[in-house]
Design a binder for this molecule. Structure first.
Ligand code: HGY
Ligand code: MN
Ligand code: MN
Length: 416
């Protein structure tokens, strides 16, 4: 296939200004974003993205999970499109680039080949996947999971947030539930540009992460039941303190993850105690343990030990515990052909690069089940993400989007 010339580059200022304009929607309180999935802010961000895509000559498709597909025609309308994209939803205290760089990097790719009048055989489709973060409605990568046949649509619609609102109702309410059947679209390939969300690339002074694998993820929701009682008048030996049991279990989570150092990680980011009153011993604690590793057997070992250790802790305290698997996926190996397209693009463009395993989960991890898929990573400052202080440089954004442009255009086959 014809390779794009090395001087084919995106317009970094245009990409950066689009990133900054999108960041104005659903602002956080500390310079980042709070544009959670299927909120009004999510709807606003979608509308802006749609306006930009239509201004770039794309036609917008929308499926029943709210996944957005901005299509630029190829010379062969029957050729399967090359998809590119990520997610516009953010964490409650999210950054401006997590997911957004991948969606707007795809849009910048379209704008660039429009400017240069480049034609490709395969159509190119820029995608915004609904609810990648899985914060408001677990699990993460919900809609790409339905698209890849991992979850049913009914199950996804029935997911509820902390206020008891369902995903399906909220998607309908913001007016972004489309008619297209989810997963009916077939792909020639899928590429996702994403910030690393870890420290490796910046620490090594490397421009591009060629993502060969994604580590697996396990989310176990743990519910500990004790007994609400007065923090003042209840003698210590009589207490059934679910909060204390949770603390002991979380100590074990740390131990279990460290026992598989250096690759495994573990923590609980979602923690609720009830009734959460200053002078009541918590009678209930609900928390989600997030274990990850590139090795499936390690994940399975950590899950099993969590259940065993937690049971022993609550038995010794006379409390009860229950477990629910609320999310997870096995470690993924991305498509070697697509990975090579990323690597050779970085080479051709003169960007330093290294193979890397993704520490975070991404929509690409599910799409990898239904299409040849690869990811491109750029560094982020101090490896920080899922924090409003998340930051990248314009040069890093440019390098990532240049590599995305070359990998996608080459795969979509330039027509002379
Ligand atoms: O959880 C993840 O890894 C992703 O950021 N949703
Ligand atoms: Mn992300
Ligand atoms: Mn994220």
């Amino acid at each position: 296939m014809t390779q794009p010339a090395a001087n084919l580059r995106i317009d970094a200022d245009r990409l950066w200004s689009s990133l900054m304009e999108m960041a104005q929607i659903g602002p956080g309180v500390a310079g980042g974003n709070n544009r959670q999935t299927v909120t009004d802010a999510d709807g606003e961000g979608r509308a802006l993205f749609q306006r930009w895509c239509e201004a770039a000559g794309c036609t917008m498709g929308l499926d029943q999970m709210g996944n957005m597909f901005a299509r630029r025609e190829g010379t062969d309308p029957d050729a399967l499109p090359v998809y590119v994209g990520s997610h516009l939803d953010t964490q409650p205290t999210g950054g401006k680039y997590d997911g957004v760089l991948g969606v707007l990097g795809g849009l910048e790719l379209i704008r660039t080949i429009n400017d240069l009048g480049i034609k490709t055989k395969h159509p190119i489709v820029v995608t915004n996947w609904t609810n990648e973060e899985g914060t408001r409605f677990a699990p993460a990568m919900l809609s790409s999971g339905v698209f890849a046949g991992v979850h049913t649509q009914d199950w996804a619609y029935a997911r509820v947030d902390a206020e008891g609102k369902s995903f399906g109702d909220e998607l309908q309410r913001i007016g972004w539930r489309g008619d297209e059947e989810v997963g009916a679209r077939k792909m020639h390939a899928f590429f996702e540009l994403h910030i690393e969300q870890g420290p490796i690339l910046e620490a090594e002074g490397v421009d591009i992460g060629v993502v060969t694998h994604g580590q697996g993820l396990s989310w176990t929701q743990v519910t500990v039941l004790g007994k609400d009682s007065h923090t003042g008048s209840t003698p210590m030996p009589m207490r059934k303190n679910a909060g204390l049991a949770m603390a002991r279990i979380l100590e074990k989570v740390e131990e279990i993850a460290l026992s598989h150092a250096p690759d495994a990680v573990g923590a609980a980011g979602h923690i609720d105690v009830y009734p959460n009153s200053r002078n009541v011993i918590p009678g209930k604690a609900v928390f989600t343990v997030d274990f990850r590793s590139p090795t499936l057997s390690v994940i399975e070992d950590m899950e099993a030990r969590l259940r065993k250790e937690a049971q022993a802790i609550v038995d010794a305290m006379g409390l009860e515990v229950s477990f629910e698997k609320v999310g997870g996926f096995d470690p993924v190996a991305f498509d070697e052909g697509c990975v090579e397209a990323v690597r050779s693009a970085a080479e051709r463009l003169g960007y330093s690069h290294r193979n890397i395993i993704s520490g975070a989960g991404h929509d690409a991890c599910w799409i990898n089940r239904v299409a040849p898929t690869a990811m491109i990573m750029c560094p982020c400052v101090d490896g920080l993400s899922h924090n409003e202080a998340e930051e990248i440089t314009k040069d890093w954004a440019k390098a990532g989007a240049d590599v995305l442009l070359h990998a996608v255009v080459e795969t979509a086959e330039i027509v002379e």
